[in-house]
Design a protein around this ligand. Structure first.
Ligand SMILES: C[S@@+](CC[C@H](N)C(=O)[O-])C[C@H]1O[C@@H](n2cnc3c(N)ncnc32)[C@H](O)[C@@H]1O
Length: 250
């Protein structure tokens, strides 16, 4: 049986560049479509409410700067967190603009084109770099996922495809959801993406663990964590099903 990686494998087997090439940078049809789904969900959510931040937390961000690229126009102070040191280092290198940093320029150009506001991608890149104020360890299974750090509650939290990678079962998914929501201020917004009906995801040939989720269960977990859902959308393409949920903390 093929190995399914999880937990400490995010510090060893997980390859940031391979992950990004597969899920964010590829031209294979599913990738531009999911990138557009992410873009649309942030646009729709942030254009509706008065969510100007300033402080946003990305939980389990991995090596993915997409969420920061989409949201930095509204949230000029972003704390980026992930469980994996490899991922945090990849993000640190990009923020510090080291010669070996991952190149996000094409992705940023695409976002600027979709927004069509006339801002240059270089301006946007500089804005993203300025907005990332901290890059820290997180573990959603802990009651304070950011321990030993303690922060004022955030104005907004983004988490994409993290809880299903981290949680061994549905019970721990609900507990982790509560742990995350403890970091959000009342009236603050949660923007969450989850992969549905998948017990693993691929990076090349390698399989990484996912907790199998369905829409009803994810929404139940969000509501039980003390939020009310303001919008949600399901994205379906080929065998992929993704869920977006936006919710306000009560
Ligand atoms: C599928 S990746 C998602 C990365 C990114 N959010 C995205 O949208 O592409 C799953 C991420 O969850 C992180 N992760 C795994 N276990 C975790 C835990 N216990 N707490 C927080 N993050 C965890 C991994 O390090 C990895 O970066």
């Amino acid at each position: 049986m093929a190995t399914i990686y999880r937990d400490s494998a995010y510090n060893t087997v997980f390859e940031c560049m391979a992950y990004l090439n597969t899920h964010y940078f590829s031209d294979v049809e599913i990738v531009p479509r999911t990138n557009k789904f992410h873009f649309d969900m942030f646009q729709q959510t942030l254009s509706k409410g008065n969510f100007t931040g300033p402080r946003l937390l990305d939980i389990g961000g991995g090596p993915n700067l997409g969420n920061a690229i989409y949201t930095c126009t509204q949230f000029p102070e972003i704390v980026f967190s992930d469980y994996s040191e490899k991922c945090r280092q990849a993000v640190e290198k990009w923020v510090e603009n080291t010669p070996d940093a991952i190149n996000w320029s094409q992705f940023i150009k695409n976002v600027c084109d979709m927004e069509g506001t006339g801002n240059t991608w270089e301006e946007r890149q500089a804005m993203v770099r300025r907005s990332i104020k901290d890059i820290i360890h997180c573990d959603v299974l802990k009651s304070n996922p950011l321990e030993p750090k303690v922060f004022e509650p955030f104005d907004a939290i983004v988490t994409s495809y993290c809880l299903e990678s981290a949680c061994p079962d549905r019970e721990s998914f609900k507990v982790s959801m509560k742990n995350i929501i403890n970091l959000l201020k009342p009236g603050g917004i949660l923007m969450m993406f989850a992969a549905l009906n998948e017990s693993f995801y691929l990076i090349g040939e390698k399989r990484f663990y996912n907790l199998e989720l369905d829409e009803t269960f994810v929404k139940e977990a969000v509501v039980e964590s003390g939020c009310h859902i303001v919008s949600s959308e399901v994205f379906n393409f080929q065998t992929t099903t993704l869920l977006f949920v936006a919710a306000i903390k009560n």
